[in-house]
Design a protein around this ligand. Structure first.
Ligand code: CA
Ligand code: CA
Length: 159
C-alpha cells in the first residue's frame, strides 16, 4: 500500500462476501479527535464475535504479538470481545492496557476512548501500520482487512 497522509475517517475497506456475514469485514475507519473506531461487517455485529484493529507501531512484523497475527506484529490492538461485552486496548501477551467504551449503532461497532499516548506515541507525526481482523476464539481468523499486507499511514495528531 502506498504511504499516505492520515486522513481521519479514511476507511480500510474489504470485499463483501468473503466470510460469514457476522465476521465479514467491509470497512474500518478511525475518526479524528476522540479516536473512534467504526467497524462494519456485512451482517450484524455478532454477540459472540470478536473484532480487532491492530497497530504495528514500530512497523516491524517480527516484533509484537504473533500467533494468528503473524505477518503484522502488532504492539497494540483494540478488541471487542462480544461474548464478554467488553472492548479493550491490549498489548503483547494480551495484557489489558485500558478498557474502552463501545456501542453498536447503525450497523457499526463504535469503539472510543483511546489515544495515541495510550500506545506510547507522542503528539509528533507517527507512521504506523494497521490491519483489522475478525475472529472466533475457537476457529481463529475469519476475515481480514486488508486481505494481505497492512495499511501504512502517517498520523498527524490534532493540534
Ligand atoms: Ca470482507
Ligand atoms: Ca511490530
Amino acid at each position: 500500500m502506498p504511504v499516505e497522509a492520515w486522513v481521519f475517517g479514511r476507511k480500510i475497506t474489504d470485499p463483501s462476501g468473503d466470510a460469514d456475514p457476522t465476521y465479514d469485514i467491509i470497512e474500518v475507519s478511525i475518526k479524528e479527535g476522540h479516536y473512534i473506531i467504526h467497524y462494519k461487517v456485512s451482517g450484524s455485529i455478532g454477540s459472540i464475535g470478536a473484532y480487532s484493529v491492530l497497530f504495528d507501531i514500530d512497523r516491524n512484523p517480527a516484533t509484537g504479538e504473533q500467533g494468528w497475527w503473524t505477518g503484522i506484529g502488532p504492539e497494540f490492538w483494540i478488541s471487542y470481545l462480544g461474548e464478554d461485552q467488553e472492548a479493550w486496548l491490549f498489548t503483547i501477551g494480551w495484557v489489558k492496557v485500558k478498557q474502552l467504551w463501545y456501542s453498536v449503532e447503525g450497523g457499526y461497532l463504535k469503539i472510543s476512548d483511546f489515544t495515541l499516548s495510550d500506545m506510547g506515541l507522542s503528539g509528533r507525526i507517527n507512521r504506523i501500520d494497521i490491519a483489522a481482523y475478525s475472529y472466533t476464539k475457537s476457529s481463529g481468523p475469519m476475515d481480514r482487512a486488508p486481505d494481505t499486507g497492512v495499511r501504512t499511514i502517517t498520523i498527524i495528531s490534532p493540534p
